[in-house]
Design a protein around this ligand. Structure first.
Ligand SMILES: Nc1nc2c(ncn2[C@@H]2O[C@H](COP(=O)(O)OP(=O)(O)OP(=O)(O)O)[C@@H](O)[C@H]2O)c(=O)[nH]1
Ligand SMILES: [Mg+2]
Ligand SMILES: [Zn+2]
Length: 352
């Protein structure tokens, strides 16, 4: 049981509910884990009616209070318990909407292949998203068996320039080198979510942790190391050694969702430099005495990293402004709906 929710859990249990964990979702139906049993569950009509956004629905990793019925009926999810951490992204496509990837994880493993999948700029982006979740980000570089020692050291040096405080482990799921270090991070009660692009090796690593080929994996395309989007749904899997892992489908690019200060946090090298600029409102574009520009000129800061920082900042600002507008629109729609309901009630009263 997650210690985070004990008090609230106890209250629910006193009222006759059971506490379970959401391990998968299939078109509005949920698989939940209760002790060692996996059961099917649905949400109450009330919960569905009250839900305003996707965030109000149960997500993989959630602890939920459920009402159990007989064996042939689905359990009914009464409520989602408060989430300790939330890993979110903007849904792909035009609409500005949040999609929860997973909740209540302690660590986010960002998996990236050291084949042609390797991309420092994408790693920076994943790092921002993982930082925002509230869980600890860890960078896992897979497929070191494909590299020479020199190549590996070069990559590790590069990753060091962007990893900040995040632990980085380079490993091979083929030769099993450095796998133990990864296992050591998964403590008994912890939940770990795996993210990364398709073909990075997320499911392969989870199979190694489980000790058998439970999840289907597939070769990557040779010319660009792209995966074939083998994993198609999120799933929480408890490990026999304790702890849980959450496998997710590969994402080519992960859209930022209301990341607040996480861009600045993930790019603290740049925000710290900016403090030394001559002008406090320096845009780091053309001003004299700009510490950011001189760091780039002196080779202390990579221009690509600075561009990446600007791009992510712009994206974060855009999402923040758009989601404010969306919230306003939702509030208006809600007020309209409530207004209608009140009118109906008044009509009914007048008829009496
Ligand atoms: N050489 C080598 N191949 C690896 C390693 N890890 C994974 N692979 C291979 O990479 C390919 C893709 O691995 P998957 O585990 O399916 O990748 P995934 O990240 O789960 O991909 P999606 O499910 O599509 O998101 C498979 O052919 C694996 O055998 C590794 O450490 N070394
Ligand atoms: Mg997979
Ligand atoms: Zn400046």
């Amino acid at each position: 049981m997650d210690p985070h929710c004990t008090e609230e859990c106890r209250r629910y249990e006193q009222d006759g509910f059971s506490i379970a964990r959401v391990i998968a979702e299939h078109k509005g139906r949920y698989s939940i884990l209760l002790g060692d049993n996996t059961i099917t569950a649905e949400i109450t009509g009330k919960m569905m009616f009250a839900a305003e956004t996707r965030k109000d629905y149960p997500a993989v990793g959630d602890w939920v209070a459920v009402q159990l019925y007989d064996e042939n009926s689905p359990a009914i999810i009464q409520n989602v318990l408060p989430r300790k951490t939330i890993l979110s992204r903007k849904t792909s496509g035009r609409e500005v909407e949040e999609q929860i990837i997973a909740t209540n994880m302690d660590i986010v493993f960002i998996v990236q292949g050291l084949d042609k999948n390797y991309n420092l700029r994408r790693l920076e982006r994943f790092l921002v998203v993982a930082t925002q979740s509230g869980a600890e980000p860890v960078i896992l570089l897979s497929k070191i068996d494909l590299l020479s020692n020199d190549e590996l050291n070069e990559r590790l040096e590069e990753v060091k320039t962007i990893s900040k405080d995040a632990t980085t482990i380079a490993y091979s799921a083929k030769t099993l080198v450095h796998l133990q270090e990864i296992k050591n991070l998964i403590t008994k009660d912890s939940t770990i979510c795996f993210i990364g692009s398709s073909g990075a090796g997320k499911s392969t690593l989870i199979n190694r942790l489980i000790g058998r080929e439970k999840i289907h994996t597939q070769e990557v395309r040779e010319e660009d190391s792209r995966g074939k989007h083998t994993t198609t749904h999120r799933e929480l899997i408890p490990l026999a050694t304790g702890g849980c892992v959450i496998d997710t489908p590969g994402l080519r690019e992960i859209g930022l969702w209301n990341v607040g200060g996480s861009v600045d946090e993930a790019f603290s090298d740049i925000t710290e430099l900016a403090l030394q600029c001559k002008f406090t409102d320096c845009t780091h574009a053309h001003e004299p005495g700009c510490a950011v520009q001189s760091a780039i000129e002196e080779g202390m800061l990579e221009a690509g990293r600075y561009e990446s920082f600007l791009k992510l900042k712009r994206e974060a600002d855009y999402i923040a402004s758009k989601s404010d507008i969306t919230k306003q629109q939702e509030r208006k729609a809600r007020e309209k709906k409530m207004g209608k309901n009140i009118k109906v009630i008044l009509k009914m009263k007048n008829k009496k």
